[in-house]
Design a protein around this ligand. Structure first.
Ligand SMILES: NC(=O)C1=CN([C@@H]2O[C@H](COP(=O)(O)OP(=O)(O)OC[C@H]3O[C@@H](n4cnc5c(N)ncnc54)[C@H](OP(=O)(O)O)[C@@H]3O)[C@@H](O)[C@H]2O)C=CC1
Ligand SMILES: C=C(/C=C/[C@@H](C)[C@H]1CC[C@H]2C3=CC=C4C[C@@H](O)CC[C@]4(C)[C@H]3CC[C@]12C)C(C)C
Length: 582
């Protein structure tokens, strides 16, 4: 049944808003025709710019001996490129998309458009079949637009299918689900749901992450110690298969496909919608900061919190050195009293210090609590790209910068990649910086932090606890079952955690040799040996047999055969295997 907030329209019914939309479209069409001569002038200018400036620039940038020089310039003056290109481009892009999303939300009925757009995806896949299934398919989303540190060069050899589905289709507060298209991003969802008093059960922090990417890869957040990985909160997927047919799958319908899809990275079909669990929320996050001064103290406290019968609803740790860290415990809250109002902190306002810098100070000032407006809490790491921005714009957290330019926000990762990832830079990133997350059992906290300290020597480290549910035989997907489930739990689970490292390792910073292959492989082996896994937005340094030891391909391969994916989509490994590491 549809909710009161956004009713699902009967097919082909026209609302008042749609009528306004139709009138607007007619008016715009008239203006468009009247402006035809102007259009020719604009086209001429853009065409000339493209031919004489942009194309030669790209050619010089990528294919000539100057590529090295330019790459060095970009590398040494990254902040110049970011400040003058990536930041303004990100600002304009975000503005355009919020206007576009507001317009679609206000004037167009998404359900009707959804059906039509799904048919367009199906038509492309059917055409690909009719034309002789030449090369395997992938989404047409360019590599630079995604969150991956990889450059997705495999796409050059694929038939690219445009899965241009950006909208929230329906919020059903009775069934407590939201139906969304795969390119809906986290920023869009919080803007839509939070004012209605709802949140995704797993509401991921970076605004640009997409539902499709998080479900076909891995999504998690600081309440994953309760709900598990994001795909555990999915009720139903709608997928276009390799033959162009449309199937839905859930725990009861085509359940093999339902369990095989998470982590499959678009190699079983094209996701065209997902129904995700939503939970009621309150306007603030009440956050308590608990500083820890030894690794043992942090490990003991976190394990106790996560495994208790009444765990804190949100739990995050930021690790500032081998021994020091801050645990953050959160719960939804209203702010009603003067005392509570005095503790409100707008952590995402343009002049506020970066969130992790703010948190670090509790190591010296001691335990404290505050109330953070919910949407700002959800996206607390966007403004500083966790702690990466400090390396890119070293003065980005200076009060002068924040007050003068903070309103520009963070550069979008897409534009960072577009403007700074020459092939040279990309190779250097893989060899002299580390962007990795592993998910391993909570019993290994001490060993994991010590290992990361030895091989990366970079802080802060990200720490999110994650509950990994045991899957019954036949439903175990690419992510393997935990080995030691907790006694007496139904469904059975083991507590894991995500440990993330994003930055330039100590040795590289000090100008000492650092062996990227050794360090990354040591981390990957540690994950494999402990029934854990690596997040595949990152470069993997594993061999194929090691990769298949990490991810269980049994159900995945059965589904590739059964659902016409063989030959239609590349294999998981072919999308993520190392491409440009030496
Ligand atoms: N807190 C968290 O959980 C965080 C997670 N991440 C990582 O970021 C990744 C998501 O980044 P994002 O840029 O949104 O996603 P991407 O565009 O990088 O997509 C990730 C994978 O999902 C596939 N995919 C995406 N949409 C579809 C679709 N409609 N149908 C079929 N396959 C699809 C892509 O296929 P194709 O290659 O064909 O395009 C790709 O292989 C996650 O996988 C996660 O690991 C990053 C930061 C935080
Ligand atoms: C998985 C988690 C968080 C991950 C993020 C911190 C990383 C996801 C994608 C990463 C990046 C992508 C591309 C980049 C371009 C490079 O030139 C610089 C680095 C980076 C910005 C890089 C930085 C880290 C990520 C944002 C957790 C939350 C589970």
């Amino acid at each position: 049944m549809a909710s009161e907030a956004t009713p699902l329209l009967p097919r082909h019914q026209t609302t008042g808003n749609q009528k306004i939309h139709n009138v607007l479209v007619q008016m715009l069409t008239l203006v468009w025709f009247l402006c035809l001569p102007l259009r020719s002038v604009v086209n001429l200018v853009l065409g000339t710019f493209n031919f004489f400036v942009w194309r030669p620039f790209v050619w010089v940038f990528v294919r000539t001996p100057f590529a090295g020089l330019l790459a060095r310039f970009v590398e040494r003056n990254t902040w110049v490129v970011i400040l003058f290109f990536a930041l303004p481009a990100s600002y304009i892009f975000d503005m355009f998309f919020s206007i576009r999303n507001w317009y679609v939300r206000s004037f167009l009925a998404a359900p009707k458009l959804h059906d039509q757009r799904v048919r367009e995806v199906q038509a492309q896949v059917k055409r690909w079949n009719e034309q002789g299934r030449k090369s395997p398919m992938c989404t047409a989303r360019p590599g630079w637009l995604t969150m991956s540190t990889r450059s997705a060069t495999f796409k050059e050899d694929c038939s690219r299918i445009s899965v241009n589905l950006h909208d929230i289709i329906e919020v059903d507060t009775e069934r407590q689900v939201v139906k969304v298209e795969p390119l809906v991003d986290m920023g869009q969802i919080t803007a839509h749901l939070v004012p209605m008093g709802w949140s995704l059960a797993i509401m991921v922090e970076m605004e640009d992450l997409t539902v499709g990417g998080l479900l076909m890869g891995v999504g998690l957040e600081v309440n994953s110690h309760i709900y598990g990985l994001m795909f555990e909160t999915v009720e139903r997927f709608e997928v276009v298969l390799g033959d162009g047919s449309l199937v839905t799958c859930s725990r009861t319908e085509n359940s093999d496909l339902f369990h095989a899809l998470p982590m499959s990275h678009g190699t079983l079909g094209f996701l065209v919608s997902a129904e995700l669990k939503i939970i009621p929320c309150k306007p603030y996050m009440h956050l308590t900061y608990e500083p820890c001064h030894t690794l043992d103290e942090m490990a003991d406290k976190v394990t106790k919190y996560c495994e208790s019968d009444n765990p804190p609803p949100f739990l995050e740790v930021t690790v500032y050195s081998k021994e020091t860290s801050v645990i953050m415990l959160g719960e939804f809250a209203d702010v009603t009293t003067a005392e509570q109002r005095a503790k409100i902190n707008h952590v995402n306002r343009w002049y506020a210090p970066w969130f992790y810098k703010h948190v670090e100070k509790f190591l010296t000032t001691g335990q404290a609590d505050e109330y953070i407006p919910l949407r700002q809490y959800f996206h607390r790491h966007t403004r500083s790209i966790f702690w990466k921005l400090e390396e890119l714009i070293p003065f980005g957290n200076h009060p002068l910068y924040r007050y003068l330019l903070g309103w520009l926000g963070a550069p979008k990762i897409a534009f960072l990649k577009l403007f700074t990832h020459t092939p040279e830079v990309r190779r250097k990133v893989a060899e002299s910086a580390v962007y990795q997350d592993i998910i391993v059992p909570i019993s290994t906290i001490r060993e994991s932090v010590i290992l990361f300290d030895e091989v990366f020597d970079f802080y802060p480290l990200l720490f999110y606890p994650v509950k990994l549910f045991y899957k019954s035989p036949g439903t175990e997907g690419l992510i393997r079952n935990p080995r030691h489930v907790k006694e007496g739990t139904n469904p059975p689970w083991e507590m894991y955690f995500d440990l993330g490292v994003y930055g330039i390792p100590g040795n590289v910073r000090r100008g000492e040799p650092w062996d990227a292959a050794y360090a990354n492989r040591a981390m990957e082996k540690f994950a494999r040996d402990n029934a854990g896994f690596q997040l595949m937005y990152a470069d993997t340094w594993q061999t194929r047999p090691e990769f298949e030891e990490m991810f269980d391909h049994t159900l995945y391969r059965k589904c590739r055969e059964k659902y016409n994916a063989v030959g239609a989509f590349p294999e998981f490994w072919d999308k993520v295997k190392p491409q440009d590491q030496r």
